[in-house]
Ligand binder design. Structure first.
Ligand code: NDP
Length: 330
């Protein structure tokens, strides 16, 4: 088999049976087209939302059709004047080992400038998300306190490091002691809190943030984010980037009312979708690539091998098996 389709829509946590491996003939590329081989496939929490039949900022997957995500592919054969054999391209592509494309929505990536997988992470959508969410909504000012949830993941680990570059006190929340070590040793966070072993998150955040919280970069939602609200400062900014803790809920989760916290602190809570900030992508990529080159920014990846392991790698995001960006190498 060479293609993965959505067999059924998950109820709650995604399972093996929601995915199916099938074989689809790969046609010859026609005029203006090229034959691509997938090399690295990105698995992302937001794909879970697309598995529901619900209106969102991006259309849902159709049952019986291939799932798609960010992929870096190699051009094997080209009849498209913009791409030649041996080029690498990145863009949203279906979960197929090989496919034919007319090149629309794809851009070339340079394997000499960065490892190919980085174009799905720190130099791809997750890096852009971290940079633009923090800079455009978080508006960091030197000396402020930033709290990041999902801190050891792809987006969170970059957010925290940019926070340090901007001169902030940075507190990260993650789910294992190993990840807390990584936050402090590898990414330069000032404090890490393991939300799975901490009984009173509200108290732990109070201790970690003696001057209160000015910016909250939220990747997880739910109870962790509720605890943050008790410590926000006047004019705090909350970047609502993700809510992975509720993506698999089948009923509407119980959450505390945010309004009184926002009112009394004149605080801002703003939803964020990276694709709405496309005009700022060049600025963001420049900054990220520059910091990488200067050694101010580093990144972690969890690379799973094998096309057949794509669904499992995706499912493992929800149990926190990844450190940094989860990608599958084909
Ligand atoms: P990550 O690399 O952060 O992987 C997901 C992580 O979430 C896991 O490693 C796990 O770490 C944590 N997690 C899983 N379940 C829970 C839970 N119930 N409570 C708390 N933490 C949990 O993924 P990404 O960096 O790709 O994405 C992070 C967030 O950003 C997601 O919510 C995603 O949807 C969002 N996002 C939003 C974008 C936008 O434009 N708005 C763009 C890209 C991503 P742990 O061990 O710490 O639990």
């Amino acid at each position: 088999s060479n293609t993965i389709i959505l067999k059924s829509r998950p109820q709650g946590t995604p399972k093996d049976s929601n995915f199916q491996f099938i074989h689809e003939e790969v046609p010859q590329p026609g005029e203006g087209e090229m034959l691509l081989k997938s090399r690295y496939v990105s698995v992302d929490p937001y794909l879970r939302g697309r598995m529901n039949d619900a209106k969102s900022y991006i259309p849902p997957f159709k049952v019986g059709e291939p799932i798609d995500s960010g992929i870096v592919a190699e051009v094997m054969e080209s009849k498209n004047e913009n791409f030649k054999k041996g080029d690498y391209v990145s863009g949203r592509l279906p979960w197929k080992k090989e496919l034919v494309s007319d090149g629309e929505g794809l851009h070339k990536v340079n394997p000499d400038k960065a490892p190919l997988s980085a174009y799905l992470g720190v130099l791809g959508l997750t890096g852009l998300t971290a940079y633009l969410g923090l800079m455009r909504i978080g508006k960091p000012e030197k000396g402020e306190t930033l709290v990041v949830s999902g801190a050891a993941g792809a987006v969170g680990s970059v957010v925290g490091q940019i926070g340090k570059i901007m001169g902030l006190r940075v507190v990260g929340i993650a789910g294992t002691d190993e990840k807390i070590e990584l936050l402090k040793k590898e990414f330069g966070f000032d404090v890490g809190i393991n939300y799975k072993t901490t009984e009173d998150m509200r108290a732990a955040l109070g201790e970690a943030c003696p001057d209160g919280i000015d910016i909250y970069f939220d990747n997880v939602g739910g109870e962790i984010s509720d605890a943050v609200l008790f410590h926000i400062n006047k004019f705090a900014r909350m970047v609502i980037c993700g809510a992975i803790s509720v993506y698999n809920e089948t009923s509407i989760p119980k959450s505390i009312s945010v309004q009184p916290f926002l009112i009394k602190n004149s605080a801002l809570m703003q939803g964020f979708i990276v694709s709405n900030y496309a005009e700022h992508f060049p600025e963001a990529i420049n900054a990220l690539a520059g910091w990488l080159k200067e050694g101010k920014l580093t990144y972690e990846e969890t690379i799973v091998e094998g096309f057949e392991n794509i669904p499992q790698a995706f499912m493992d995001l929800f149990s926190g098996k990844n450190k940094g960006k989860m990608v599958v190498k084909i």
